[in-house]
Design a protein around this ligand. Structure first.
Ligand code: FAD
Length: 398
């Protein structure tokens, strides 16, 4: 067991906390919100950037989607979506409308993906999510933009929609701060100290923070954080996804659902008088590119998919684009729970493409597991599923 101790640094401010959270994206913010709500007052969030939500949490498509293939992810997505709708109805009483546009979603597919979508929609329906199954004719009649597309099945989910991500992230952070949490910006974590397999603290910018609990909510950098700490090396894969916005399109109504073709891997929804579109790419985050850059080949991938599947959109022109890093896991579940190797090191990472929708539930589950680690046995997102869990006791043979 390797002890990791701080190097002596000049001019550092020493803080103590009950918990220190690395990352002010949705994972870190929602975890801080729930921990402070559940009675932890002394929570510190450290963020390397000068603003929260600069990475995936500020560059995503803002869609709230409840129909998913993995039961563990789908359960948290349903809980997260229910919270967003509830918050929207509270806010409507005092704030300008627009925090959540409940436009619904239309997932479409053909072939093997249609069979999977049928199953996922059925599972969602059994769990209480209203889902309508549409055949090709119905889907095309409702949304003529689908004319010419290859599709066998459409699943319309009226309680999905589009959320104001900047507002939601700020809401978690401000609620946590009102309950006593401290947010320290421009404080990149460079060292993590541990002794005899237990976490002791970390260095972030000019701060040395002593805490018995660290929450790794560092998104695409979560593996690097684990490496600094000597925690488990888990199979996280940061992958780049591009988003583009078209020029104005007078024929696109603002209340369209988001339309996601699961077979081609392409989605679009109304945005800024035109459409926001993604070719659903999963490129490697090459070191020579910034986390937000547009790869030169990405517009071509989008164009090719549009021409192949949505001829009605073939003539649209792209006004702008950007990208962000989604952090994927081999089984599509999250990495949420205590590290199998280092005591006091807790993971809230690997949120893939669901970190907005499920944010409330991710923070809630993280707080549950931190306050009652015995709940980890039943947790489908536990980090130890990739190895390193204590071996099961041998079965008694009588
Ligand atoms: C293009 C795209 C579209 C998406 N669309 C959707 C969608 O429609 N709906 C949906 O639900 N989800 C969507 N997602 C997924 C969602 O955005 C993510 O799951 C979620 O934002 C991940 O949140 P996070 O807090 O784990 O990561 P991040 O938002 O990346 O936050 C991690 C934070 O950790 C900080 N950090 C890293 N290293 C350090 C360090 N050493 N010291 C201090 N701070 C550090 C980073 O600066 C960053 O702010 C999309 C993602 C992308 C990229």
């Amino acid at each position: 067991m390797v002890n990791k101790v701080f190097r002596l640094a000049d001019h550092s401010s020493v803080l103590t906390a009950e918990a220190v959270i690395i990352g002010a994206g949705f994972a870190g913010a929602a975890t801080a919100y729930h921990l402070t709500r559940r009675g932890l007052r002394d929570v510190v969030i450290v963020e390397q950037e000068s603003l929260p939500g600069v990475h995936a949490s500020g560059r995503n498509a803002a869609m709230v989607r409840q129909v998913n293939s993995d039961a563990g992810v789908a359960a948290l997505a349903r809980e997260g979506a229910a919270f967003i709708r509830e918050l929207a109805s509270q806010l409507e009483k005092k704030e300008p409308a627009g925090f959540f546009r409940q436009t619904g979603s239309l997932l479409v597919a053909s072939g093997i993906k249609a069979a999977q979508l049928r199953e996922d929609a059925e599972a969602a329906r059994s769990a209480g999510v209203p889902v309508e199954r549409w055949d090709r004719e119905t889907a095309t009649r409702q949304y003529p933009v689908l004319e010419g597309a290859k599709l066998e099945l459409g699943c319309f989910c009226p309680s999905d929609g589009v959320v104001d991500i900047a507002y939601l992230l700020r809401w978690y952070l401000e609620a946590a701060q009102r309950a006593g949490a401290r947010l320290i910006l421009e404080a990149g974590v460079t060292e993590i100290a541990s002794r005899r397999g237990r976490l002791e603290g970390l260095r972030a910018g000019k701060f040395e923070i002593h805490a018995p609990l660290l929450v790794n909510a560092a998104g695409a950098w979560a593996q690097a954080i684990a490496g600094l700490a000597g925690a488990a090396d888990l199979p996280l894969r940061p992958r780049r996804r591009h988003l583009f916005v078209s020029g104005p399109l007078s024929w696109v109504p603002r209340d369209w659902p988001f339309i996601w073709d699961l077979s081609t891997g392409l989605y679009f929804r109304p945005e800024s008088g035109g459409l926001l579109l993604s070719p659903c790419d999963e490129s490697d985050p090459l070191p020579r590119y910034e986390a937000s850059d547009v790869f030169p080949e990405a517009p071509e991938i989008l164009k090719e998919k549009i021409e192949r599947q949505f001829p009605a959109l073939a003539s649209l022109s792209i006004r702008t684009g950007w990208s962000g890093l989604r952090t994927l896991t081999p089984d599509g579940r999250f990495i949420l729970g205590p590290d199998p190797r280092l005591e006091g090191f807790f993971w809230a990472a690997g949120l893939g493409g669901h970190g907005v929708t499920a944010s409330y539930a991710i923070g809630r589950l993280a707080a549950d597991l931190i306050l009652d680690p015995s709940a980890n046995r039943l947790n489908p997102h536990r980090p130890g599923r990739f190895g390193g869990e204590p071996a099961a006791l041998p079965q008694k043979t009588s």
